[in-house]
Design a protein around this ligand. Structure first.
Ligand code: ZN
Length: 159
């Protein structure tokens, strides 16, 4: 069976950056399952999956535009320290969920000054090329329930 719309595919992957450093990997875990065509994975990887079958192994480089997007400097902001009430030690590298007009976003603390904290709302992988090494583990037909939910149920899936 080939990966197409209405398919659930599961795969093992290793994700590396331009320098060859491993960012993420499914090694030692269940393969990642996703509903093809539902935007569960980054667009560039989803495209590269089309037509593959169980056992296929391939490498693909995904440009930022088809990965986690380009970096947006407007998402780097200075906020008053009072915004972090209840947090004793604010340190660069800490991650928080911030409420915005467009819903919650994950932000990373970049800099801590006396009165302000600089936060970055970009995805950690924004602006980066993603190098995937993929092995397809399984391809099956999606259930009606999975189609209506837009994600995978069962092993490696949601719920
Ligand atoms: Zn569901």
């Amino acid at each position: 069976m080939q990966i197409a719309e209405r398919c659930v595919a599961s795969f093992h992957y290793t994700l590396t950056d331009d320098a060859g450093t491993v960012i993420d990997s499914s090694e030692g875990r269940e393969p990642l399952a996703y509903l093809h065509g539902a935007g569960n994975i980054v667009p560039g990887l989803e495209k590269a999956m089309t037509g593959r079958s169980a056992g296929d192994q391939f490498k693909v480089t995904v440009a930022p535009e088809e990965g986690y997007g380009l970096r947006n400097e407007q998402l780097i902001q200075s906020v008053p320290r009072e915004a972090f009430q209840g947090v004793d030690n604010i340190e660069p590298g800490m991650r928080f969920q911030a409420q915005t007009q467009n819903g919650p976003i994950n932000v990373e603390v970049k800099e801590v000054a006396e009165a302000t904290v600089t936060i970055d709302g970009n995805h950690p992988l924004a602006g980066q090329a993603l190098h995937f090494d993929v092995t397809i583990a399984d391809v099956r037909e999606a259930s009606d329930e999975e189609m209506s939910h837009g994600h995978v149920h069962g092993v490696g899936g949601a719920h």
